[in-house]
Design a protein around this ligand. Structure first.
Ligand SMILES: *Cc1c(COP(=O)(O)O)cnc(C)c1O
Length: 473
């Protein structure tokens, strides 16, 4: 493979385990019952009945001893606490922006920015908007426009920076809507909705130059900024000698601010922030922050939470941690390759996406192949992933009345940070292979109840026509 990617030679865990949480074993019969009770929707399965929980990497990571210590020494003063000072200076060092506004999580930062800058008919280009980001843009009556380069839409292409934005699509957006309607451009690092694929520094520079020419600020959706910086260091021409801090400084200097969910690369269970250079934008966001989240130096968090974020941000920059983190995801991909389980290529920073249409070709999209795979993976291994396919995205075309299915039927296995060992992920790969072995014995699913919107969270299903999901051999 000669595409600028280095092999991941070692994925040694750069920590010792100091506290453990018991995983309760259960029987296959228990899991059959849990699945039935949950209407074949694993969101509803109690977490105590799950062995390896790969539903999300958001807020599910393990904190370090230093972070737990920071919780004890956190300063709970209402205004200008010591913990806020640490939080602010740590974020300034990495991101370099003038104003640092704490929020309780990422979407709160988005909400403050969007509510104070967007109006009916505004347009926000992004490589691909994350789902809550899109929902928050649309909530203001604005248009969330995806401008991902075509390479990022090809699930089989092995390329180093499939999160890159298309300059051509971006220029077309400015021609079509005009600069007056575009208050800023966003770029998501890594590109979560496009398989956790990284964005190159070269691409950010091009987008930044273009934005400067148009007189419009560039704002990062920075949730997985450290993972993205690691990919740049490993894969991008001329970046191997730079430190993660240098890459982050260089990258963020190309923009004017960021939104951040610290539940990802902040290595905490709750927290986020908004950074801005522009005084007026920051003042408007802060006014709304006081109304909705809290005083500007805690923004919906406890002082100890701010202290844990500051410590988490220091730890996430460690190259040993990043090599292990991204190596662990790549290693799961390599195991799946050995076992012949198809997935979206290459593996991203935080997750592996199983290609369920290829894995279970006998199940039509109308019978939710990715949901069948997700349910069967729980049944076989007690492993919880999440469907990203027809259950999430199927919709009726308003003009023709026909059902429109998404291009891909995926099962996302998101890896929590510092939580599972390589052995446990080997077990996940083997469980996936067992689902494939069940093959044509697996039957499709049908929806028996659904809410009016965002149905994948709460929809209830059953095997088509009733009965068991796995036909007798
Ligand atoms: C998680 C996430 C968000 C939202 O953050 P929350 O902390 O869940 O509110 C926004 N953008 C991206 C890319 C994300 O992954």
């Amino acid at each position: 493979m000669d595409n600028g990617m280095k092999p991941l030679a070692h994925t040694f865990e750069p920590y010792r385990i100091k506290v453990v949480e018991k995983i309760q074993r259960n029987s296959r019969e228990d899991r059959v019952q849990h699945l039935r009770d949950a209407g074949y929707n694993v969101f509803k399965v109690p977490s105590a009945a799950i062995y390896v929980d790969l539903l999300t990497d958001s807020g599910t990571g393990a904190m370090s001893d230093m972070q737990w210590a920071a919780l004890m020494t956190g300063d709970e003063a209402y205004a200008y606490s010591k913990s806020f000072a640490e939080f602010e200076s740590c974020i300034r060092e990495i991101f370099g922006y003038k104003h640092v506004i704490p929020t309780h999580q990422g979407r709160a930062a988005e909400g403050l920015l969007f509510a104070t800058t967007l109006k009916e008919g505004s347009v926000v280009p992004n490589n691909i908007h994350f789902d809550t980001t899109r929902a928050n843009v649309e909530h203001q009556g604005a248009i969330a426009l995806d401008c991902i380069a075509d390479a990022g839409l090809d699930p089989t292409l092995e390329a180093p920076f499939k999160g890159d934005m298309s300059l051509k699509k971006l220029a077309t957006a400015f021609e079509k809507y005009g600069t007056e309607r575009i208050p800023f451009v966003m770029i998501t690092i890594t590109n979560n909705s496009g398989g956790g694929q990284p964005v190159s520094l070269a691409n950010v520079r091009e987008v930044s130059d273009f934005c400067k020419k148009m007189g419009v600020p560039l704002i990062f959706d920075a949730c997985r900024f450290a993972e993205n910086a690691w990919f740049i260091q490993q894969r991008e021409e001329g970046c191997a000698e730079k430190t993660i801090m240098e890459i982050c400084n260089e990258m963020f200097a190309l923009g004017e601010g960021c939104t951040m969910s610290a539940k990802k690369d902040g290595l905490v269970n709750i927290g986020g922030f908004l950074c801005l250079n522009d005084d007026t934008m920051a003042q408007n966001a802060t006014n709304l922050l006081i109304l909705r989240e809290g005083f500007p130096t805690y923004g919906g968090l406890a002082g100890r939470d701010l202290a844990a974020v500051a410590q988490g941000l220091r730890e996430v920059m460690d190259p040993d941690y990043l090599a292990y983190r991204i190596g662990q995801v790549a290693r799961l991909g390599a195991r799946l390759d050995e076992l012949g389980v198809p997935y979206l290529r290459p593996t991203g920073g935080h997750a592996v996406y199983i290609d369920a249409m290829t894995a279970l070709p006998h199940i039509p999209q109308s019978q939710f192949p990715a949901q069948v795979f997700t349910a069967a993976l729980y049944l076989e291994g007690g492993v919880r992933g999440v469907e990203i396919g027809s259950l999430m995205f199927e919709h009726r075309d308003p003009d023709t009345g026909q059902m429109v299915h998404p291009a891909m039927e995926l099962v996302r296995l998101a890896i929590p940070r510092r939580v599972y060992t390589h052995t446990q992920l080997d077990y996940v790969a083997e469980s996936c292979a067992r689902v494939m072995e069940m093959g044509e014995r697996l039957r499709g699913l049908e929806v028996t109840w659904e809410p009016p919107s965002l149905r994948h969270f709460t929809a209830q299903l059953q095997p088509v026509g009733g009965g068991r999901m796995v036909a007798e051999a």
